[in-house]
Design a binder for this molecule. Structure first.
Ligand code: F6P
Length: 399
């Protein structure tokens, strides 16, 4: 069958193409990706096609070129299915209804389904574009790269029509891995599997680390934004040593100094590593209790202490949060981290005590009442694997 991707640039199409290809290959079904951008990069000089004007609907010569690459890939996909191939994945923007009608007409020898990737989260778009413009393709554009890429998106928006009239399709929120709409008029092979792949969060290796010791930890104070202690810095360096042999491309942290400093020590020992701070991973907000010790709270605000102790998961600190309130933002942080990490084998998050408890419970079911008591030490980390055929949770030492 043909799987034809569509969606604006930076919506996660190519990552999805790789995920689908790998998933099908794993069950012995041969699958190959036909990416229009790759043909463009091979056959055209980069300084032409990174420029936004190459994507203007008014640029007739470029429209014809892009159409040519689309046809070339359709031919290749047809030939692949005629020979040994079983699934041809066509990866391109395919924004215009006329282009898709042409694809449906031309690729009529096997079942065909479109998958539209939708995602309008501003933060994610900005972060994804930052990543894109770091590619060699954009190097010569320097400061203009982001502007050019945004203009490219705007040009595609001018001709974009969502899937509707096509015979078979799935519209998916590519950040949430959630199906928005689906339609199938024909029998589509592997449909259940395909659907399952689309909505499953696959984690090859997640290293979940709590920031190392801080001055507030020593003083038993909660919240705040305190720096690492000498011991904390030594622990962070030990983490760096430990992970030296693993390739870590991205480390996701909160916006607090303690997680960023821990991550920096790990990043420094990697060849090519970036730290991305997400507000979603900030520690639980303790409101009026921020910067206090638990003893202070017990003494000065006995009601707060008692009520939290009685129902820690649901208790909302005055002007702050509960575990329950944190849950959606932590889930959003996990989705963002996974989206940005793409298909990398390793993903690392440096978080906080309450944050890491919520992240763990996202992968490992825990009764709500038990979540606020999950053990999250500072001298160990969790290694999590969660794929369709493997689940692993391991608490490991790093020193
Ligand atoms: O003590 C460190 C800390 O990260 C605090 O900033 C935070 O309030 C607390 O842990 C969360 O743990 P608990 O829910 O057990 O109070």
């Amino acid at each position: 069958m043909y799987i034809v991707l569509m969606g604006l640039p930076a919506r996660g199409k190519s990552t999805l193409a790789l995920r689908l290809r790998d998933a099908f290959q794993k069950i012995g079904v041969s699958a190959r990706i036909f990416n229009n951008g790759n043909l463009r990069r091979i056959y055209r000089p980069l300084d032409d096609t990174a420029n936004s004007e190459f994507y203007s609907p008014e640029n007739k010569a470029a429209v014809a070129l892009r159409e040519g690459f689309a046809r070339m890939n359709m031919e290749r996909a047809r030939a692949y299915l005629r020979n040994s191939g079983r699934i041809a994945i066509l990866d391109a923007t395919n924004a215009q209804r006329t282009r898709r009608a042409m694809i449906e007409r031309h690729l009529d020898d096997h079942p065909l389904i479109f998958i539209e990737c939708v995602n309008d989260d501003e933060d994610i778009l900005n972060l994804s574009i930052q990543e894109k413009v770091n590619l060699p393709e954009f190097a010569h554009l320097k400061d203009r790269a982001v502007k050019e890429f945004l203009q490219r998106i705007d040009y595609y928006k001018m001709i974009y029509t969502p899937l509707k009239l096509e015979r078979n399709y799935i519209r998916i929120d590519s950040l949430q891995n959630m199906i928005i709409k689906e339609k199938h008029s024909d029998v589509i092979p592997f449909y259940e599997r395909l659907r399952d792949y689309l909505v499953t969060d696959e984690v090859k290796n997640l290293f979940l680390i709590r920031h190392t010791q801080t001055q507030f930890n020593v003083a038993s104070r909660i919240g705040g934004n305190s720096p690492l202690t000498k011991k904390g810095r030594t622990q962070a360096r030990a983490l760096g040593e430990f992970f030296k042999k693993r390739k870590i491309s991205y480390i996701f942290t909160s916006e607090k100094t303690r997680t960023m400093d821990t991550a920096r020590a790990i990043c420094e020992m990697q060849d090519n590593c970036r730290i991305i701070s997400l507000k979603e991973f900030n520690e639980i907000r303790a409101g009026i209790c921020e910067r206090m010790t638990y003893e202070d709270i017990e003494e000065k605000m006995p009601q707060v202490f008692k009520k939290r102790g009685a129902d820690k998961y649901h208790y909302v600190y005055p002007d702050g949060e509960s575990y329950e309130i944190m849950k959606p933002r932590i889930t959003q942080g996990i989705k963002k981290a996974f989206f940005l990490n793409r298909r990398a084998n390793n993903i690392m998050i440096v978080g906080h005590q309450a944050v890491n408890r919520m992240i763990l419970s996202h992968f490992l079911y825990r009764r709500a009442d038990d979540v606020p008591y999950i053990y999250v030490p500072q001298d160990r980390f969790y290694h999590i694997v969660s794929t369709q055929d493997k689940k692993l949770f391991e608490l490991k030492r790093y020193d």
